[in-house]
Design a protein around this ligand. Structure first.
Ligand SMILES: C[S@@+](CC[C@H](N)C(=O)[O-])C[C@H]1O[C@@H](n2cnc3c(N)ncnc32)[C@H](O)[C@@H]1O
Ligand SMILES: [Zn+2]
Ligand SMILES: [Zn+2]
Length: 332
């Protein structure tokens, strides 16, 4: 599978990622202890540089962020009072709940931060082998409110595609997202959203599902894994819909998908009338729409369960009203 962002091999089949995830970020027997640098310590109190492991070549996360901080100081974007936290958020290319600080190999980290510049991002990418992309952030990317315009972060250098391992009682999936266009959502331990899905499953309700605000597809695809017969995924934001189509392909074997059809290639980033973009068949009948949930049921058949997973603090009353044609609506 070619990565839609850089054309290289960033997107691997989910089963291959899951088979290697437990050792992906582990230290080798020769790796030095984690330096555990103070995240709030100013540059002047930090070591200048720490070498990578001689045997495996990998670097603790702090070491990579230290290198990035030093480049930003050198280029005048940070000063010696700044600290590791000031660089931005370190996003490992495949997010996974780890009980230890990760050791990073080549192209395994995306840095997402404020006050970054293209030339500095390109220098970071050229000089730090572990970094695969640098993103300039600001606000929440995507469509937070359909009345207001969308927002994108800016991919300054490299590739912005990354995945997260999502775990549930039904099994694990790898959900890829274009990180400069889709909000960050860390896989949290005891994930509250998965707990809601699991509880619905035990009540026998995960059979015919609409994931109305699906983002890259986490909940809807988890419903497929849980054995649903029909799942409709819908989002108003085209990059989210494109990520869903990619995630169908990447998780194809785990989801028992036999065939994926691409029906339309919408051009508007924010949807008006819902468009059926793609379909997948096999163990479950899956439909993927690019549409405003307020209009979805003019095209898609209502379901017995409709999931509404909006951004925290968003008003969902109007959406709940339009989903009354479904037997049950659950706010996730
Ligand atoms: C919190 S995110 C969903 C996250 C997703 N369930 C997941 O677990 O990855 C909310 C999503 O709602 C979408 N959205 C916002 N307003 C919408 C609307 N009126 N119709 C359809 N999608 C909408 C946004 O584009 C965004 O992807
Ligand atoms: Zn890529
Ligand atoms: Zn090592």
């Amino acid at each position: 599978m070619d990565c839609p962002c850089c054309g290289k091999d960033c997107v691997r089949p989910a089963q291959d990622v899951l088979a290697s995830i437990d050792t992906m970020y582990m230290a080798c027997p020769d790796c030095a202890a984690d330096p555990n640098l103070g995240k709030s310590s100013p540059v002047k109190e930090l070591p200048e540089r720490i070498d990578r492991c001689n045997s495996c070549g990998r670097a603790p996360l702090d070491v990579v962020m230290l290198d990035a901080l030093n480049i930003l100081v050198e280029m005048g974007l940070r000063d010696d009072g700044d600290n590791l936290r000031s660089v931005g958020s370190p996003l490992i290319a495949v997010g996974y709940k780890l009980a230890y600080p990760p050791r990073l190999g080549p192209k395994s980290l995306i840095i997402a931060g404020e006050h970054l510049r293209k030339d500095a991002a390109e220098t970071i990418l050229r000089r730090i082998p572990e970094v695969k992309g640098v993103i300039l952030t600001g606000g929440v990317p995507g469509v937070v409110d359909s009345e207001r315009g969308p927002r994108e972060w800016s991919l300054l250098a490299g590739c912005g595609m990354r995945g997260d391992v999502i775990q549930s009682l039904f099994g694990d999936l790898v959900i890829y997202r274009s990180q400069s266009k889709i909000h960050i959502e860390f896989p949290r331990s005891g994930s509250p959203k998965m707990k809601i899905l699991e509880s619905l499953y035990f009540k026998g309700k995960v059979t015919d599902v609409v994931d109305g605000l699906c983002g890259p597809g986490t909940l809807g695809l988890m419903c497929v894994l849980a054995g649903a017969r029909r799942v409709v995924l819908n989002d108003i934001w085209l990059p989210a819909v494109e990520n869903v189509m990619l995630n169908l392909e990447a998780n194809k074997d785990l989801l028992g998908i036999e065939d994926i059809e691409r029906l339309e290639h919408p051009t508007d980033a924010v949807a008006g009338e819902p468009v059926l973009v793609g379909r997948a068949s096999g163990a479950c009948e899956i439909e993927v729409y690019h549409g405003d949930l307020k209009r979805l049921f003019s095209k898609a058949r209502p379901a017995s369960l409709c999931l509404i997973d909006h951004f925290p603090g968003s008003d969902t009353r109007r959406l709940e009203e339009v989903c009354r044609c479904c037997v049950e609506t659950v706010i996730v």
